[in-house]
Design a protein around this ligand. Structure first.
Ligand SMILES: NC(=O)C1=CN([C@@H]2O[C@H](COP(=O)(O)OP(=O)(O)OC[C@H]3O[C@@H](n4cnc5c(N)ncnc54)[C@H](O)[C@@H]3O)[C@@H](O)[C@H]2O)[C@@H](O)CC1
Ligand SMILES: [K+]
Length: 464
């Protein structure tokens, strides 16, 4: 349940459940503040800390953190532009007993760690100018910046900053449960490393979860290439993208790769079987476990004909890139399939399915999954997976070096390979998205899409 992602309302309800079970807000604040304080203590390594405390319970956490640090001999100063407005925050402030700068001071110290406890999940509107300026000035005067629960100024449920020019952080410590802003852009980009403090919240049914590291198995002792999974990749007008997807797929577990080529590819690797036939005929082979169509397909009439042939086969299929742009709702399109749209392709699919395309990205993906029957991998800097049954997985932030041409072809190849292995769209999407992020972590900096594809096998090896 520590992987669950809650809205503000769900977090408040979870807190109320804990209180109804016999704990108090003060006790929860102690637990949260000591957990966060231990991280800040480690980062400060004994050097000075400034804690900015707001009027609500996020500020209350700040007073607990300040006391935790002072008890351990750290030089800590509290900045409290507003008095506490809750009983728990007032009690935490009274228990601190150290230096508190009230109002908006003119002179501010330089120090090692700045801890932002101005506002958390209770933020309802943009920060007023004086508080915004104090936040920015204090952040700028410290080498390391820690946000408690959320960076102040960020809306928890949407991940939208309510002010421009907010500070960025090295670490964000979430309290009790993850919030949507921890995974949604643009807020997620401000937060640095993410950590979670457990305060004992129970499982909330039906909420999204963070995509977890999968555990994969090596092929069975008596495996053969077909049982491991035959993946057919349907190419099109531009063969390079399909070859790139094939290169990634080859390292993601499928036992056999077959390229049903459109245009004549150059430099075919020796381990890729190329078939020059109509996709409809080539997919009649009953041993094909999964199909990938889209990378390099083109969007012309020939592409539409090839896509229609694939749909008629009714095999588990990953639909990516150009195929998403020419897709129209039709019998057989969607159920058992995985769609892997980026933002532009998501909007095109919404138009195709007559969806309004409003709301958070997660809500749009869930609506598209429900309308189409497909598993939706809505990729981008904040990737997520939505199922037609309403399930939702939010991916942890991956390497920003993934913003390179061809990285989507690699993702499609990986997911299709996992679909051939697992025969289950949801599992394949989850395993594939994780492998893509893990391969990127292993590829280091400034990698090419080919370099990324070549890191998929070691990434998979780390999951066995
Ligand atoms: N939910 C839980 O189980 C726990 C919550 N805790 C903390 O409590 C926080 C939530 O506490 P609160 O609900 O008091 O929320 P906040 O501490 O975020 O502050 C809300 C207060 O600020 C006011 N406010 C909101 N936006 C403002 C703005 N732009 N300018 C000026 N004032 C503004 C609100 O009217 C309200 O009075 C969490 O983020 C977390 O840090 C922890 O103490 C541990 C337990
Ligand atoms: K905060």
């Amino acid at each position: 349940m520590l992987s669950q992602v809650l809205t503000v309302a769900q977090m408040r309800a979870a807190e109320q459940d804990l209180i109804a079970a016999g704990t108090s807000v003060e006790a929860l604040m102690e637990k949260a503040g000591h957990g966060a304080g231990a991280y800040v203590h480690r980062i400060s390594a004994g050097r000075s800390v400034a804690v900015l405390c707001g009027p609500g319970n996020n500020g209350g956490d700040g007073y607990v953190i300040a006391r935790h640090l002072a008890d351990r001999g750290v030089a800590v100063q509290v900045f409290a532009p507003l008095p506490p407005g809750t009983a728990a925050a007032a009690a935490a402030r009274a228990a601190f007993g150290g230096t508190i700068h009230e109002g908006i001071p003119g002179d501010l110290p330089h120090g090692e760690v700045f801890v932002d406890c101005l506002f958390g999940s209770g933020l309802t509107r943009a920060l007023p100018d004086d508080l915004h300026a104090l936040l920015v000035r204090l952040a700028a005067r410290h080498h390391r910046r820690v946000a408690v629960d959320l960076p102040s100024g960020v809306e928890s449920d949407s991940g939208l900053p309510l002010n421009s020019a907010l500070p960025t952080y090295d670490l964000t410590i979430s309290l009790g449960a993850w919030k949507h802003a921890h995974f949604a852009m643009p807020a997620a980009a401000m937060m640095g490393a993410l950590r979670l403090i457990d305060i004992g919240c129970g499982a909330v049914p039906g909420v999204p979860h963070v995509l977890a590291r999968p555990y994969l198995r090596a092929p069975a002792a008596d495996a053969h290439k077909y049982r491991r999974g035959l993946l057919a990749i349907v190419g099109g007008a531009m063969p390079g993208a399909a070859l790139l997807a094939a290169r990634a797929a080859a390292h993601a577990g499928a036992g056999y790769l077959r390229l049903i080529a459109g245009a004549e590819p150059d430099g075919i690797p020796a381990d890729l079987v190329v078939v020059r036939a109509d996709p409809g005929e080539a997919l009649e082979d009953g041993r094909v476990a999964a199909v990938l169509i889209g990378p390099g397909l083109g969007r012309d009439e020939a592409a539409r004909v090839r896509f229609a042939s694939v749909v008629r086969c009714g095999l588990p299929t990953v639909v990516d890139a150009d195929a998403l742009m020419i897709l129209h709702p039709a019998p057989g399109v969607g159920p058992g399939m995985i769609f892997t749209p980026h933002e532009g392709e998501l909007a095109a699919l919404e138009r195709a399915y007559g969806l309004p395309g409003i709301g958070h990205k997660r809500e749009r993906a869930v609506a598209l999954a429900a309308a189409s029957g497909a598993v939706i991998v809505a990729k981008g800097a904040d990737s997520l997976i939505a199922g037609p049954d309403g399930r939702l997985l939010l991916a942890p932030r991956a390497s920003s070096w993934l913003s390179v041409a061809g990285s989507g072809d690699v993702l499609a190849g990986i997911i299709a390979s996992r679909l051939a292995v697992t025969r289950d769209p949801w599992t394949a999407a989850a395993e594939g998205l994780w492998l893509h992020g893990e391969a990127a972590a292993r590829a280091g900096a400034a990698f090419s899409a080919t370099g990324l594809a070549d890191c998929v096998a070691p990434a998979l090896g780390s999951l066995l």
